[in-house]
Write a new protein. Sequence first.
Length: 118
Amino acid sequence: MKTIRPSGKREESFFELVYEVARQIPKGRVTSYGAIAACLGTKLSARMVGWAMNGAHQVRPKVPAHRVVNRLGILSGKHHFGPPGKMQELLEKEGIKVKDDQVVDLKKIFWDPAKELI
């Protein structure tokens, strides 16, 4: 399993590392909070990844927070996207099917940063 480690810069925060991973999620794919945490070497920090995603809308360069779902593919962060249905709309624009607030065929489109990052 590959992990992304802090470079040692004082200003580099956990949230910035989360955003670095999230920016690499390809269009049409999703990952989970836990997968990002594991990639960063902190597999028990999925909730902290969630907190980072909650504030990602104000971060530049943009972070595709809509591509991060819970381990079951449920759009658990949907309330942080403004109007109801916005997270689902963004995913569907990328060709991701969502039914009852859950990604369809999660295993097929799941992007595991620990396996796919160089």
